[in-house]
Design a protein around this ligand. Structure first.
Ligand code: B12
Ligand code: SF4
Length: 416
């Protein structure tokens, strides 16, 4: 049986990381499906439509993985690929946020909501037995123990292409690893809950270290990005990770997302000891009122303290700020700027609020027919506040990007 997975392209041709999701689905099928499968992967970022369409011609199952900005390209491809024999499956955050809407597309046979491993196995088994998938919408329970999911198949997902790209951009071979699924926080602008609900599962330290050792040995990885929503959730886990990483002589540097509230001095010590060289914080705003509106559950004093401590441990800091919450005024943006001056992050990014499905700002009634392909948190025409127009917000963003231009994130630099 031939399965082709596709990661379509965003309308703004946004950079992607290696498709860990497809790597996971592939390795899970390879482990738990009873016979051999021919699995291929194509990315709209690297592969032309012609290449993708050609590969899908003789495929039995085509699996499309889409965020909202990738969905339109996914449907365009599906319309050309669909025939009477193949099965077209859509999964990922967009399908999980709007399953009923996605299921209305005539060329889509099955929509998978949430975690995909068990669902994809069921689909392949059903297809093999000639059974029609019982429902157009599939939603399975989470895999309880993440260690039972094999490491992502990085050969299938052509990880080397991303490593080469990272090498070109940064001069080091970089890849990403996922140690957990889900985040316990509930920020109003975030869609993480759409896939992972309120549950957070973490792989065992041994399992993660084994994957990292393989990445160093087989892929010559020189820097690791943890793509977890929040890597610093569990103090005990970080302490064990640090201790065991040092014990096995694995000095590989790494960076990760971190949440200010999860950080204390002891954790920073463990992180620094295990060669964590960067922490990326969602600071979002310097205004207590806006932080509260965002349900960010952090406060300005703590942000300052954590940034100072992080620097004291020699770890570089990255701060992400978000402009455009409904109650934000020019004074709130000034507070954000003041905070940025005070905490002096090494790298900083300023994005604009975007109502991606299915965060708190997404409105099914008015937005369900929107084309998300060009929707970008670095620039969008939708966002405005009660007192600031879209243009004023964009001007503020531009001003801040220019003010901090030497520190601006790599991605935002590319936007300019
Ligand atoms: C790392 C990351 C990135 C990386 C790139 C990741 C990549 N692979 O290309 C970078 C930093 C480049 C990035 C960029 C952007 N990102 Co981003 N990103 C993430 C993050 C933090 C983790 C993604 C990940 O690796 N998850 C782990 C894998 C295993 O999970 P998964 O992808 O959901 O896959 C599982 C299921 O969804 C399902 N599944 C997925 N695909 C398929 C396909 C089939 C056939 C099946 C059956 C199942 C299935 O099974 C998988 C395994 O269980 C998520 C947050 C999150 N919690 O998901 C945001 C997230 C996906 N990003 C988001 C956004 C908005 C963006 C941007 C659009 C931002 C912007 N510029 O405006 C861009 C564009 C990205 C794109 N290519 O479309 C939003 C998406 C919201 C939405 N409705 O689309 C998220 C959810 C963040 C958020 N807080 O809201 N992102
Ligand atoms: S901490 Fe990050 S991943 Fe978690 S809910 Fe907030 S924005 Fe989303």
């Amino acid at each position: 049986m031939k399965i082709v997975f596709v990661q379509p392209l965003t309308g703004f041709k946004g950079h992607t990381w290696e498709a860990l999701n497809i790597g996971y689905l592939s390795s899970y099928l390879e482990k738990y499906y009873s016979s051999d499968l021919d699995i291929e992967f194509y990315s709209g970022f690297y592969d032309s439509d012609e290449t993708i369409l050609h590969a899908c011609e003789d495929a039995d199952i085509i699996g499309m993985s889409c965020t909202s900005p990738q969905f339109r390209h996914g449907v365009e491809l599906a319309n050309q690929i669909k025939n009477k024999d193949n099965l077209i499956v859509f999964g990922g955050v967009h399908a999980s946020a709007l399953p009923d809407l996605v299921a209305q597309e005539p060329s889509i046979d099955v929509v998978v909501v949430g975690e995909g491993e068990k669902a994809m196995l069921q689909i392949v088994n059903d297809f093999n037995e000639g059974k029609k998938t019982p429902s157009k919408l599939l939603h399975f329970d989470f895999v309880e123990d993440l260690d039972t999911i094999p490491f992502p198949d990085r050969t299938v997902i052509k990880n080397e292409r991303h490593i080469q790209q990272a090498y070109k951009d940064n001069g080091v071979r970089i890849t990403s690893v996922l140690t957990s699924r889900g985040c316990p926080f509930r920020c109003a602008f975030c869609c993480s809950e759409t896939i992972w609900h309120r549950k957070t599962r973490i792989r065992s330290v041994g399992n993660v270290l084994q994957e990292i050792e393989e990445l160093v040995k087989d892929w010559n990885i020189q820097f690791l990005k943890f793509s977890d929503d929040t890597f610093t959730l569990n103090k005990k886990w970080i302490a064990e990770f640090s201790r065991r990483k040092i014990e096995i002589g694995l000095n590989l540097p790494y960076g990760s997302n971190a949440h200010v509230n999860t950080i204390d001095e002891n954790m920073l010590k463990h992180l620094a000891d295990s060669n964590c060289t960067e922490l990326w914080y969602g600071v979002e705003s310097g205004s207590s009122k806006i932080l509260k509106d965002m349900r960010k559950s952090i406060n300005v004093e703590r942000i300052k303290k954590v940034f100072k401590l992080t620097k004291d441990y020699g770890i570089k800091t990255r701060a992400y700020f978000l402009l455009g919450m409904p109650n934000e005024t020019i004074e709130d943006i000034r507070l954000t700027e003041k905070l940025c001056d005070e905490i002096e992050p090494d790298v900083v990014g300023f994005s604009l609020l975007a109502p991606f499905p299915d965060n708190e700002f997404y409105d099914y009634e008015t937005m369900k027919d929107w084309d998300w392909s060009m929707f970008d948190e670095y620039s969008n025409d939708w966002v405005q506040t009660k007192t600031l127009t879209n243009q004023q917000l964009k001007d503020e963003q531009k001003r801040l990007v220019e003010k901090y231009q030497r520190k601006i994130t790599f991605r935002q630099k590319q936007e300019k």
